[in-house]
Design a binder for this molecule. Structure first.
Ligand SMILES: [Zn+2]
Length: 535
């Protein structure tokens, strides 16, 4: 997703740690994973109404028990005050199941501890405090929007609310017939039920993480914009914004085509682009992206945002981080692949402009927050979103591309996606794929840029004597000596000659033979190194 800090700040609340652990030694993503069970698919049947914000839910879950277990857990926020859910029944097959519901967890004990697939049904109702945003659009129409990232699905959908366990999903939304309904997946049914009620069913066969599952229910204008490699691309916007919205979101088809051509097949059933009430600037919900209400202007101002969210369909949604601490695999990739798309359309100067802005942000951020991209001290998934996971993560991919060259970089990216499509992944898995692609070890690259804080802080000067440029270069940060390729631009009469150096010491002198004295010298003229130039 993209953060717009000025936007809907009131919705950005502080989330309490959702799991309390006493005395843990390595602090990090604390979700209690149960690797013995694997949710295969969810059917979320929901009834919405116009009289109040009460939702009625029936969730049918197929769970694969890979080993014998006595119980397993689903997340669901229980009733407290006016918000939260009451559970009225849990069934295994059609028999009442043995369960407890406390501390926002449904703990179900199957009738036998045998392996294999078992089906459970959970009946519940209540008013969701978060996750499903029940509100009015900016034009005053009642609306329901799923806005789960990172772990708000549990406010309205009983589920394993962590990206490590992805599953196919189906939504069956029963709502007053005036509403238009869009949701994760392909529409497979729309039926008038009588009594003014309509049932709309969407089904997504590809596994989806709960963080990116969504519905949009309001009055929409919708249009099929294009079909790209058999994937329908559509816009769902407020009727008041019909033409501007169709125009602003049209570019999604061009973005989709670029990523399919360069990364690999798109994995979800469709690509809907939805104007929505979301606490984010954009939220990359699988196949049904939410963009903030004011993204629609009719002036095509959100191309970069659209590219970012569509890039997530590959990175984050299909190849999904297995731990919140590795969220750069989602946000750093979306940041850089948006830049790659912009470079493809507008040229290399655009890449440089974007990276210059991002580099400045990384440097400023580091002064206040000296921490690595993969920061294992972070326990709360809201805290993993930072300049580090976005802009610095993007910069790391830019440097990796430069190190490997375009051909090997893209081959590695395609192999990575092919290997981890519809699956989960950690940083080391990405490293291994890239090592295979280039045939060399990348351990020190990954260690210094992802698991070590900071960046080279370079103090330097140069002189010209005896037909040589002598460059004195010092890394003044003291916690780590970085090793990196560095391009030097020797400028004479507006011509630039670029020389590549390898820096691997804290202090080094480089000599470059050149016939005439340069007018000036610049470090990294082509924006391939994340560094800070110190006076
Ligand atoms: Zn993002």
């Amino acid at each position: 997703m993209k953060l717009y800090f000025h936007y809907h700040k009131k919705h950005i609340w502080v989330i309490a740690f959702f799991f309390l652990s006493i005395g843990e030694i390595v602090a990090q993503d604390l979700y209690p994973k149960n690797e013995k069970v694997d949710v295969q698919d969810y059917i979320f049947n929901l009834t919405l109404n116009d009289d109040n914000d009460q939702i009625k839910g029936e969730t049918i879950i197929n769970v694969l028990f890979k080993e014998n277990v006595d119980s397993f857990v689903l997340d669901l926020v229980g009733k407290s005050g006016i918000y939260g859910m009451d559970v009225s029944g849990v069934f295994e097959g059609n028999k009442p199941a043995n369960y407890t519901f406390e501390n926002n967890r449904i703990n179900i004990s199957p009738s036998s501890n045998s392996k294999g697939i078992k089906t459970f049904t959970i009946l519940y109702e209540g008013i969701p405090q978060r996750g499903l945003v029940i509100d009015k659009t900016k034009f005053g129409r009642r609306s329901f929007f799923g806005d789960n990232w990172p772990n708000l699905a549990r406010h309205w959908l009983p589920s394993v609310d962590h990206p490590y366990d992805k599953a196919s999903i189906q939504f069956g939304i029963t709502a007053p017939e005036d509403y238009d309904v869009v949701a994760t997946g392909k529409k497979i049914e729309e039926s008038n039920l009588g009594n003014g009620q309509k049932l709309t069913v969407y089904k997504e066969p590809a596994p989806v993480a709960m963080k990116v599952v969504t519905i949009g229910v309001t009055k929409f204008a919708s249009r099929l914009l294009d079909v790209v490699h058999d994937i329908p691309v559509s816009a769902w916007v407020y009727p008041e914004n019909r033409l501007e919205g169709f125009s602003d979101y049209k570019v999604a088809s061009k973005v989709l085509e670029y990523f399919i051509d360069n990364i690999g097949p798109y994995t979800f059933a469709k690509l809907a682009n939805m104007q929505a009430k979301t606490q984010w600037g954009g939220l990359e919900n699988a196949g049904t992206i939410a963009y903030f209400e004011d993204s629609v202007t009719g002036k095509n101002t959100v191309e970069a945002l659209i590219a970012h969210e569509i890039a997530h369909q590959w990175f984050g949604n299909s190849a999904t981080e297995n731990s919140w601490n590795h969220v750069w695999l989602s946000e750093g990739f979306a940041t850089y692949f948006s830049i790659l798309y912009l470079e493809h359309v507008y040229g290399d100067e655009k890449r440089k402009d974007e990276l210059a802005l991002d580099r400045k942000q990384v440097i400023d951020y580091y002064k206040q927050n000296p921490s690595p991209i993969v920061d294992l001290t972070i326990k709360d998934p809201m805290q993993v979103l930072s300049i580090n996971s976005y802009q610095k993560g993007g910069w790391v991919l830019n440097m990796l591309r430069h190190k490997l060259g375009d051909e090997v970089f893209w081959k590695g990216i395609r192999d990575y996606y092919k290997t981890y499509r519809d699956a989960n992944v950690m940083t080391v898995d990405f490293q291994k794929v890239m090592e295979k692609a280039c045939g060399e070890k990348l351990e020190s690259f990954f260690q210094q840029w992802l698991f070590t804080k900071g960046h080279p802080q370079i103090k330097w000067d140069w002189v010209y004597e005896n037909g040589k440029v002598k460059i004195n270069l010092k890394q003044i940060q003291d916690h780590h000596t970085f090793k990196f390729p560095l391009e030097i631009g020797l400028v004479k009469d507006d011509e630039i000659k670029v020389v590549a150096l390898e820096v691997d010491e804290q202090s080094e002198v480089f000599e470059i033979n050149i016939d005439t004295k340069p007018d000036t010298i610049v470090l990294d003229p082509n924006y391939w190194l994340l560094f800070e130039e110190k006076p």
